[in-house]
Design a binder for this molecule. Structure first.
Ligand code: FAQ
Length: 313
């Protein structure tokens, strides 16, 4: 009989997706649960900074669009929790890990949304960074995760365009609107670069994730793709990126850029960013207040199960 680990790696090498009932190394299962659940938490916590602006969106049209975007993010979180559940974990375990601080979520959602321009900037930069990462993940080796990513990416690209359009409107507006636009870009630029994680040399999971094709590109490669994209797009806005070292390099065919403040990054990841406490409190409160909904849904499910068992006779 063939060694299961060898057979597993052959599938990966031949681009055959790993499915929930297939044999897989325990470390592959764990790494996927970790990444997918953290990704799900990011979508759910990511609803909070934008949700803060639903009641204050400047027009009815902007309000309807923002509401739809935030709802999409809830949907993304739910697909991703379901994808993680296929690996043998439960929703309760994942939520408990988020609430206890054991599981991470993206550092970016620990920054405050101070003005309407922040909503445009989240769409442009945060969704932009998410897409660069997630387009790669549509080819991840675990089937349920890859399939969830295909659908999520379609929605994220709409999100990015709506954000850019908010900024384009502001950048063509009054002096105050232009300043608000530049200020938001200044505050969100560096945290957006941090979304891609530590430098490759400091990444804990990269080697294993690349071998198993959970990731297809490294953190630094994806970050460079993002910088190259934004350095061009910002010209259309007539705004600037707050990095004096940002410069086109004809030799590498990429933009050079300055060093990230890694101390700030790790500080936010460890729970000490500007909004970490507020975000976790909001999630715990929502979970507690939603308890009756979960109970009612379970009771309804049980009732329907009993009913359909009897309807056979
Ligand atoms: N924040 O060894 P690596 C979105 C942790 S979705 C916090 O390099 P890996 C949609 C990392 O977990 C955004 N922690 O890790 C939206 C690990 O700690 P651990 C989320 C971070 O997994 C838009 C340690 O550092 N996207 O935005 C961060 O190989 C707008 C060492 O790192 C995803 O989750 C960070 N930025 O690479 C919603 C995509 N970076 O777990 C609302 C899927 C690293 O050992 C509004 N995830 N860490 O305790 C990934 O692609 C990867 O997990 C990376 C990190 C690239 C995030």
């Amino acid at each position: 009989m063939q060694d299961p680990e060898k057979k597993f790696q052959e599938k990966i090498d031949n681009e055959i997706k790993i499915e929930p009932k297939d044999w897989m190394p325990e470390a592959y299962r764990k790494n996927n649960i970790r990444q997918i659940s953290q990704h799900a938490h990011s979508e759910i916590v990511g609803m909070l900074p934008e949700g803060n602006w639903i009641t204050r969106a400047p027009t009815l049209k902007r309000k309807a669009i923002l509401l739809a975007k935030v709802q999409d993010e809830a949907g993304h979180g739910l697909y991703l929790y379901c994808a993680a559940e296929t690996l043998g974990t439960t929703r309760e375990e994942m939520i408990n890990d988020l609430h206890s601080g054991k599981a991470k979520y993206s550092s970016i959602f620990n920054y405050p949304t101070l003005t309407w321009a922040d909503i445009g900037t989240i769409g442009w930069l945060v969704d932009g960074a998410a897409i660069i990462n997630q387009v790669m993940l549509t080819r991840t080796s675990y089937g349920p995760y890859a399939r969830a990513m295909v659908r999520i990416c379609k929605e994220e690209s709409f999100h990015q365009r709506q954000g850019f359009e908010i900024l384009l409107t502001l950048s063509r507006g009054s002096k105050e609107q232009k300043e608000m636009c530049q200020d938001a870009i200044n505050r969100w630029w560096w945290p957006s670069l941090m979304m891609f994680g530590p430098h490759d040399k400091d990444s804990t999971h990269s080697d294993q994730s690349l071998k198993w094709k959970i990731k297809r590109k490294t953190n630094d490669e994806l970050r460079q793709n993002f910088v190259d994209m934004c350095a061009e797009q910002v010209k259309i806005l007539g705004m600037t990126i707050p990095d004096p070292d940002l410069e086109w390099n004809a030799q590498t065919n990429h933009y050079d850029f300055g060093e990230i403040n890694w101390e700030e990054f790790w500080n936010v990841v460890r729970g000490n960013g500007p909004c970490n406490k507020e975000r976790l409190e909001a999630r715990k409160k929502a979970w507690k207040e939603g308890e009756w909904v979960r109970e009612a849904a379970s009771a309804y499910f049980e009732k329907r199960k009993t009913k359909s068992a009897f309807s056979k006779y």
